[in-house]
Design a protein around this ligand. Structure first.
Ligand code: S3P
Length: 174
């Protein structure tokens, strides 16, 4: 029998931690809808994340993240992958804790660096940085963000989280 969680499952973690890829597979296994907060913001505003950052600035993007995160968490269930910065303020993490089962995909800095540098996804926060600058930025930013990520209900710490290990970690809680 397929588990039917009675609240959304939120996947959080740094850029490149595999939230969207694993989220889609998890949703398929649990026969739930999948939503990606960045894609949702793009479909609602008609602008890309990159455009919002460059035209309106990061703080406007963060407000949109808050507004649309609340909308997605208002759904009865489903799997939601959220951008790396989305849980990183007191209001957003409170909302996530209150209304979802949250999972932190905890990946090491060298692996994040590797994945981000190989990725084709445009990431405004990484734009224009050399490899060394990027690695040191990941370290610093991750350090400031972990106090939020570490509040997740489930923390999965591995550089090779598979759809199967994720599903096994979540099943007892749904
Ligand atoms: C961001 C992460 C991105 C996207 C935006 C900002 C961040 O999403 O929301 O570029 O602040 O970490 P991913 O974590 O899916 O790359």
């Amino acid at each position: 029998m397929v588990a039917r969680p009675d609240k959304p499952i939120v996947l959080m973690g740094f850029m490149g931690s595999g939230k969207s890829t694993l989220g889609k597979q998890l949703a398929r296994s649990l026969k739930l809808d999948f939503a990606d907060l960045d894609k949702y913001i793009e479909s609602k505003t008609g602008r890309s994340v990159q455009e919002i950052f460059s035209v309106e600035g990061e703080s406007s993007f963060r407000s949109l993240e808050g507004q649309y995160l609340a909308e997605l968490l208002n759904r009865p269930n489903g799997v939601v992958a959220i951008g790396g910065g989305a849980p990183c303020n007191d209001e957003h993490i409170r909302l996530i804790k209150e209304s979802s089962l949250s999972v932190y995909l905890k990946i090491s800095v060298p692996e994040l660096y590797l994945r981000i540098s190989l990725s084709q996804t445009p990431r405004p926060l990484m734009a224009g940085k050399t490899g060394a600058e990027m690695e040191s930025y990941i370290c610093t930013l991750l350090e400031t963000r972990e106090k939020y990520y570490n509040q997740a209900d489930i923390i999965m710490e591995s550089d090779c989280i598979t759809p199967d290990t994720l599903l096994k970690a979540i099943l007892p809680s749904v």
